[in-house]
Structures are given as structure tokens and as C-alpha cells.
Design a protein around this ligand. Structure first.
Ligand code: FE2
Length: 267
């Protein structure tokens, strides 16, 4: 399997506190059947952009550790980029494998800020392909899953967390994860692993769940083929998403965005 979302760098963010913890995470990932993994440290604000050298140094440490331990694992670098109105995707950690194509992005869980649809649309127009991390965990998407469908319509790819569909984040997140899968709005599943316990890096259990519920072919697309394509900068395999019932709230962010930009027919 190919895991494109993980927090592996030692003593960098809320991932492993030491390199020994990183080593344990790599062992668990390998045992669970992961063969390619992407370290995606949190890039939360401008101060993290100034930590580029530290990120590269720690990434190289982890790559050396994999080699030293003889693990059957390949590692690449990206970042989990917290969006701001002025976010640029021009750093070595901004896009997967620095291909200037796919970028893993997130924003606050409680609301979709007004600038977000425009920002994502601007990236897409420049040929970049944002991948929104864990849409099933955002409160507005839990309330109105059709928002996820609208992101998909804008050519934003959606990455679900393994733990979400297995219940690690509670019933409402699990229900939303299932809805998004059933409406073909999820393109990639990844661990978002932070450690080996509560936020595990092991993809074995989610693979079994997807195989049992949606079949072997779907598991291969979500856990191998699409994540690999994101690393390589190639187009993802996408099925036509199934729309949800239209939301009618005229004050919603999507209606404001439509009015402001005239992009109604796209979203
Ligand atoms: Fe993450």
C-alpha cells in the first residue's frame, strides 16, 4: 500500500517525539503492508515555512533510518499545508515529491473560511491539484456532506483517514466517511498516522474493511493506485461522484462564492 499522509519526522510536530518512536512507526507501517510512505509534517503558519532546513534534515534522518534498518519501504516528502489567503505552494515540501502537482491541504475543522473555495479554484487554474485532507472530519461537511461533493466538482481530490471509517473519531465522522465513500467522493485513503496507538499508521485494518465492503478493486484504487499517482503527479482515477441533496441555505459559503465569482455552473 501507499500511504500519502503521515507524521513521521521526529520532534517536529505532534507526531513522534524521538527517532526511536519514528523507528517503531516505520516498523508498524511495514508490518501492515505499507511499501511507500510520504512524510507530511504540519505546515501551520509562516514560522513553519522558515523550518524548511529542519524539515529536510529530519526527512533525511528518517530516510537513512529506513536504509539502516533494511526496511521494505520507500519514503517521499510533502507537507500538510494549512491554508491561508496568501498560501503559496512553492517550497520543497509544498507538493508531493516536489512535482509541483498535488498538494495536501487542510483548514480549521469548525468552518470553511470564505477564502477557501477561491483559493482552491486558483490553484486548480494554475495546474496544481489540491488534495483536501480528511474532509469527513470537518464540522460543515458532517452537517452538509454535499460540500464535499462541491469540492470534488472543483477538481479537488479528497483524502479520507483510515481511522475515520473505523470509528476512531466517533460516530458522526464514521457516518460521514461512509456517506462520502458511497457517493464516490473519496479518492485516496491514508493513515494520517501520528503514533502507533491512538492515531496509528497501520493501514491493514482499513484495507480489510474496504475489501469487504466495496471490493478488492476499490481497495486497490484508494490505497495503492491513486496515492501512487499523486506522488508521481499523474491524473487520479475518479468515478463520477453522486450528488447529495442540495443545501438550501442562501447564506452558505458556496452561495456567496457563486454570487461573487459567477462560477455557479461549476459548483
Ligand atoms: Fe495530518
Amino acid at each position: 500500500m501507499v500511504d500519502i499522509h503521515s507524521h513521521l519526522l521526529p520532534d517536529y510536530d505532534d507526531g513522534p517525539p524521538t527517532i526511536d518512536h519514528t523507528r517503531k512507526m516505520l516498523e508498524v507501517a511495514e508490518q501492515g503492508g505499507t511499501r511507500i510512505i510520504v512524510a507530511t509534517p504540519h505546515i501551520l503558519d509562516i514560522t513553519d515555512y522558515d523550518r524548511e532546513d529542519e524539515i529536510l534534515h529530519k526527512f533525511n534522518l528518517v530516510r537513512e533510518l529506513i536504509k539502516k534498518d533494511g526496511r521494505n519501504l520507500k519514503i517521499f516528502l510533502a507537507g500538510e499545508i494549512f491554508l491561508f489567503p496568501d498560501t503559496k505552494l512553492d517550497r520543497v515540501f509544498s507538493t508531493f515529491n516536489n512535482k509541483k502537482k498535488y498538494a495536501l491541504v487542510e483548514f480549521g475543522m469548525r468552518q470553511i473560511p470564505d477564502f477557501v473555495p477561491q483559493k482552491l479554484f486558483d490553484f486548480v487554474m494554475k495546474g496544481l491539484r489540491p488534495i483536501l485532507a480528511h474532509p469527513e472530519r470537518y464540522i460543515p461537511i458532517i452537517k452538509f456532506p454535499q460540500y464535499a461533493y462541491k469540492f470534488v466538482q472543483m477538481d479537488v481530490a479528497l483524502q479520507m483517514n483510515a481511522g475515520s471509517i473505523l470509528g476512531a473519531f466517533g460516530d458522526s465522522v464514521k457516518r460521514t466517511a461512509r456517506q462520502l465513500l458511497e457517493h464516490r467522493c473519496i479518492h485516496i485513503i491514508a493513515s494520517d498516522g501520528h503514533n502507533i496507538n491512538s492515531r496509528s499508521i497501520n493501514l491493514e485494518e482499513v484495507r480489510k474493511y474496504i475489501v469487504n465492503t466495496y471490493g478488492e478493486k476499490q481497495a486497490k484504487i484508494l490505497l495503492e493506485e491513486n496515492p501512487l499517482r499523486a506522488i508521481r503527479g499523474e491524473p487520479l482515477i475518479k468515478e463520477e461522484p453522486i450528488p447529495f441533496e442540495e443545501e438550501t441555505d442562501d447564506r452558505s459559503i458556496w452561495n456567496r462564492f457563486k454570487k461573487k465569482t459567477g462560477l455557479g455552473k461549476f459548483i
